[in-house]
Design a protein around this ligand. Structure first.
Ligand SMILES: *Cc1c(COP(=O)(O)O)cnc(C)c1O
Length: 497
């Protein structure tokens, strides 16, 4: 029997894993969730001897039950290969009093690579399984990071095209350079004369445009999304939590069965939800520690049971966590509401209309596995500086938010459980903020000069992902008005009319 996926908003919608991956979002706007969380079927001892790819297969086969062994193994081999700069894929590094799980060794040196390097392969396999002959066209609007990670994942994957829109004057120079130098005949990048919201709205309108859908279909194409709520992004993220446990066992840092904590720098709640799934699969986990920056809507939620997005939006030095609606939290709400789609749908409606909902005491009772806190801007810089001076280990701003929350947690609880802090970006991705935090008097104004200084201080090599864009030539020159996006799509796909 296949594990089926239901919508969090309508109990009547049930699909296979491959269908859920192709659709992304359920038709009612709900998120797909597995009907059960499958228990791990390898022993903890076995985990200690397994490679990243082996753990990936052991975990993902339990969720993607309509994939054959060969199909899934092929996806895993194609994703976790030399694109990563270490054979360990997700190495654990001990510094100070915790282990850092480095999820930034992929092509764009940040954690989105962990899922976006396999999603394209899961998607074309899903298309094949469901007899879809069309080419899959991924449509994305980006405010910077996700666009590049999606481009890198889909580049040259046969049977797919990827089109990315970004606000022409709304991303950093390094981010823009990363995108416009993207290789791959199936990639297309366009700068919009407008802001991120206009790019996002334009993409949503194209997804909803029935006439465009028909025109694409006539020409052998169909749209899909690489959005972070896709189950094809969530499932691969469970893998590294299980892998981290095996690695701790392998180096005798823990006894078999001993519980560990995970600290996760959180924005959309996808990464920490994957940790929660790992715990529910039977991985010995004590606390799931949810770290926010000054946009601390999740901290307030864990404190009070009230989710309230009506507040000032703050721009911080950890921009990937500057989020007021954590989309993936919906999957947790659904779960603690007793897998009740109707109840969850009512909360989500309240969120969409008034920006607030409050869960019941019963539901709060089920959040005991979680601890939430936040790190402000000044503390974030201090954490980077202090850890560097104490150990020589350099972390980025997002990881520093997590370390800051971990320090607060241990001070508050005196809990000395072995702890893994999830490190979501290379310090080289946020060079300027990291250098400012280190308080060194640098006069370099160019980002690339700062990068060299950082490499010198951290005593590490500049990552290949950064070296590459220093010299790479620009391949994508298109710009357009937001209203012209459908024309831009047709032109790239060679559709006349
Ligand atoms: C996306 C991102 C996060 C937040 O992850 P969520 O799954 O959205 O909670 C944290 N750090 C970095 C560097 C990211 O890119």
């Amino acid at each position: 029997m296949d594990l089926m996926y239901s919508s969090t908003r309508d109990a009547g919608i049930k699909v296979t894993a491959s269908r859920a991956i192709l659709k992304g979002l359920a038709a009612d706007g709900g998120l797909f969730v597995p009907d059960q969380i499958p228990p791990l079927d390898v022993s903890l001892k076995e985990l200690a001897d397994m490679s990243y790819q082996e753990v990936a297969y052991a975990v993902m086969k339990l969720y993607l039950t309509d994939f054959t062994e060969t199909e899934l193994k092929d996806c895993i081999q194609a994703a976790y290969d030399v694109k990563f700069d270490t054979g360990q894929i997700a190495p654990l590094v001990k510094a100070d009093d915790a282990y850092f799980l480095e999820l930034f060794h992929g092509p764009t040196i940040a954690f989105k690579d962990m899922a976006l390097s396999i999603l394209p392969h899961l998607m074309i396999t899903s298309a094949r399984k469901n007899n879809i002959k069309n080419e899959i066209v991924i449509l994305t609007a980006t405010s910077g990071d996700t666009g590049k990670a999606a481009l890198a994942g889909f580049a040259d994957v046969e049977g797919t095209r990827i089109i990315v829109y970004y606000p022409k004057n709304g991303v950093s120079p390094v981010q823009e350079k990363q995108m416009v130098t993207q290789k791959g005949e199936n990639t297309h990048v366009t700068g919009i004369h407008g802001n991120f919201d206009q790019a996002q709205t334009g993409v949503k309108q194209m997804f909803a445009d029935k006439e465009l859908e028909r025109l694409l279909d006539d020409n052998g194409f169909q749209f899909s999304s690489a959005n972070s709520i896709n189950i094809g992004r969530l499932v691969p993220q469970i893998v590294y939590y299980v892998y981290a446990y095996g690695q701790l066992l392998a180096r005798n840092a823990i006894r078999e069965g001993e519980e560990i904590n995970f600290v996760v720098p959180t924005g959309n709640f996808g990464n920490i939800l994957a940790a929660c799934y790992a715990k529910n699969m039977g991985l010995p986990v004590h606390k799931l520690i949810c770290a926010s920056n000054e946009n601390k809507v999740l901290y307030d939620f864990f404190q009070s049971g009230r989710y309230d997005k009506n507040r000032e939006f703050k721009l911080t030095s950890s921009p990937s966590m500057d989020i007021l609606i954590s989309s993936n939290l919906e999957r947790l709400i659904y779960r603690i509401a007793g897998n009740d789609a109707e109840k969850n749908a009512a909360y989500m409606k309240a969120l969409a209309t008034g920006g607030v909902y409050e869960i019941t005491p019963d539901m709060r009772e089920q959040l005991k596995d979680f601890y939430g806190n936040f790190t402000d801007e000044q503390e974030t810089a201090q954490v980077i500086r202090e850890l560097y001076h104490k150990t020589g280990y350099m972390i980025d701003t997002h990881t520093a938010v997590a370390k800051g929350v971990y320090d607060k947690y241990t001070a508050e609880t005196k809990d000395n459980t072995t702890t893994v802090i999830v490190s979501t970006a290379s310090p080289f991705k946020f060079t300027r903020s990291v250098m400012n935090a280190l308080d060194t008097s640098h006069d370099a104004s160019e980002d690339f000069e700062l990068i060299d200084e950082l490499a010198c201080l951290a005593k590490v090599k500049v990552p290949a992902a950064i070296e590459e864009i220093r010299t790479a030539s620009v391949r994508h020159h298109t710009e357009c008005e937001a209203e012209q996006m459908p024309e831009d799509v047709k032109s790239f796909l060679g559709i006349r009319k």
